[in-house]
Design a protein around this ligand. Structure first.
Ligand SMILES: [Mn+2]
Length: 438
C-alpha cells in the first residue's frame, strides 16, 4: 500500500522501539544468515519473501470472545466496526502482515460503507472475504433459524437466509471485497430429525441462488465444521461434503479450511493437498485447538501441524508456477480471545502463521523429492524437521522493521500504552456487536 498512511500508534514511538532493538536484531540476523548460507540459502531472499506474506484479521477477533458459558469483557473493547478498524490498524502497523480485514454481517453492518472504506484506506487496509451469519437470530428478523437456515424445511426461512447472503455480497461490493464465506450451523441434534439427503439438497438449492448473485470476479468459500451447534449430524460437516458442494455449484465456489473444524487428530495437511490438487482450495481460517473448535491462537498448541499445512501450500505453489498460476488461497485468522488482549493475540498469531510460511520455504524440496524417490523415509522426515527446527524469528523481525513495523510488536504495543488509551476513550457498553467462536 502507499506510504502516506494514517498511523494509530505514533510512528516516532515505533522508530524509537526499533532503535532500541537494532543491535540485538542485527547480531541475530547476521548469525542466522551465516548458518543459512552454509546450507546454501540466501537469507535476503527469505526476508523478501516474508515481507510479501499477508493474512487477514477477523473483525470479530478484536473484541473479547467467549464460550457458551460466559464472556468476560476486556478493557477498551471496540464498540462498533469503526473502532474495530482502529484496532486492526494497530495490528497491521506493528506486524505489517495483516493488510486486510474480514467482516461479519450483520455484526459489522454500517449504513455508510463509503466512510468505512475511506477509514480503512487511510490506514492502508483493505477488505477480505465478507462473512454471512445465519447461525443466530437478529433483532427484528421475520423468521427464526432455530431449525436451520439454508437447509430449513420452511421455504420462507430459506428465502430469508438467501436474501441475507445476497445482502452481504452487496455490502462487500461497496467495500471492495471479493469473496463471500458461508458457514452454517445447520444440522440435526437427533437421529430422525432431518432427512440427511433432503437437508443437503435444500442447502444446494439455497446456495445456487446465492451463487447466482456473485459478481464475475468474486469467489464463494464454503466453510465446513464437524459439529456444534448440531451435535448429531451437521449438514456441511467435512471437506468431502464441502468439495462435493463446491463442485456442484461451479468454478467460483471453493472450500475453506478452518483448522479447528475437524475431528481431533485429523490429517489436515492431507486435506489441503487434496483440495489443492483438484483446484478447490479457497482459503483458510487459521487458529489452533486441543479438543474441538477451541479457536485458540494460531500455532499455540500444534505449530508443527501449521508448518505441515504450509509445506503443502509451498508444494502447491511450486507446482502452480508451471501451469495453473492462479493458486492464491485466502489466508484469514479466525480466533476467539477470552483471556488475552485480542490485539496481542492477533499480532502474535499473524507472526506465527508467517513463521510457518517462511519455514516451509526453507524446506529443501529437491532433497525431499530425492529421499521420497529412494524411499529414504528417515531422511525425508528429517528434511522437513530441519526446516521446522530453524528459528526464523530474526527474518520475521527484519522484514517487519524494513516495512515500517515493529521489531517486537507486543513489546512496542505495550510500551505505547494503546490499551490504556482506548480503555479511557471507549467506556464499556452493553450489547455491543458480536464476537465469538465461528
Ligand atoms: Mn472459521
Amino acid at each position: 500500500m502507499t506510504a502516506a498512511q494514517n498511523t494509530v500508534i505514533d510512528a516516532g514511538r515505533v522508530a524509537e522501539h526499533n532503535a532500541q532493538q537494532q543491535a540485538a536484531l542485527a547480531a541475530d540476523y547476521e548469525a542466522l544468515g551465516g548458518m543459512l548460507a552454509r546450507r546454501g540459502v540466501d537469507i535476503e531472499k527469505l526476508t523478501a519473501l516474508a515481507g510479501t506474506f499477508a493474512v487477514a484479521v477477523p473483525s470479530w477477533g478484536v473484541g473479547t470472545g467467549g464460550t457458551r458459558f460466559a464472556r468476560f469483557p476486556g478493557r477498551g473493547e471496540p464498540r462498533n466496526v469503526f473502532e474495530k478498524m482502529e484496532d486492526c490498524a494497530v495490528i497491521h502497523q506493528l506486524t505489517r502482515a495483516t493488510p486486510a480485514v474480514s467482516l461479519h454481517f450483520p455484526w459489522d453492518r454500517t449504513d455508510d460503507p463509503q466512510a468505512l472504506r475511506e477509514l480503512a484506506e487511510g490506514y492502508g487496509l483493505g477488505f477480505d472475504a465478507v462473512n454471512s451469519n445465519t447461525f443466530q437470530d437478529q433483532q427484528g428478523q421475520g423468521h427464526s433459524y432455530k431449525y436451520g437456515s439454508l437447509t430449513a424445511t420452511a421455504g420462507a426461512v430459506r428465502a430469508q437466509a438467501v436474501a441475507h447472503n445476497i445482502d452481504c455480497i452487496e455490502l462487500g461490493k461497496a467495500l471492495g471485497s471479493k469473496a463471500l464465506t458461508v458457514w452454517v450451523g445447520d444440522g440435526a441434534n437427533f437421529p430422525g430429525q432431518h432427512n440427511l439427503r433432503g437437508a443437503l439438497e435444500r442447502y444446494l438449492d439455497s446456495m445456487r441462488d446465492i451463487y447466482g448473485a456473485l459478481p464475475a470476479d468474486w469467489l464463494m468459500f464454503i466453510e465446513h465444521k464437524l459439529f456444534e451447534p448440531a451435535f448429531y449430524a451437521t449438514t456441511i460437516a467435512d471437506w468431502g461434503t464441502s468439495f462435493a458442494c463446491a463442485t456442484e455449484l461451479g468454478p467460483k465456489a471453493k472450500c475453506l479450511v478452518d483448522l479447528g473444524h475437524h475431528a481431533p487428530n485429523t490429517n489436515i495437511e492431507m486435506i489441503v493437498a487434496r483440495l489443492a490438487q483438484f483446484g478447490k482450495l479457497g482459503g483458510f481460517h487459521f487458529n489452533d485447538s486441543k479438543y474441538g473448535d477451541d479457536d485458540l491462537d494460531s500455532g499455540s498448541i500444534n505449530p508443527f501441524q501449521l508448518f505441515l499445512v504450509f509445506n503443502e501450500l509451498a508444494d502447491a505453489a511450486q507446482r502452480a508456477k508451471g501451469g495453473d498460476s492462479d493458486f492464491a488461497p485466502a489466508y484469514m485468522l479466525d480466533q476467539s480471545h477470552n483471556v488475552t488482549d485480542p490485539i496481542e493475540s492477533l499480532m502474535t498469531s499473524a507472526v506465527e502463521v508467517q513463521r510457518a510460511f517462511v519455514q516451509a520455504a526453507l524446506v529443501d524440496r529437491n532433497a525431499l523429492r530425492a529421499h521420497q524417490e529412494a524411499n529414504d523415509v528417515l531422511q525425508a522426515a528429517q528434511t522437513l524437521k530441519a526446516a521446522y527446527r530453524t528459528d526464523v524469528s530474526a527474518i520475521l523481525a527484519m522484514a517487519r522493521v524494513r516495512n515500517g513495523g515493529a521489531a517486537d510488536p507486543v513489546g512496542c504495543y505495550r510500551a505505547a500504552g494503546y490499551r490504556d488509551g482506548v480503555a479511557e476513550r471507549r467506556p464499556a457498553k452493553a450489547g455491543v456487536s458480536g464476537s465469538g467462536i465461528v
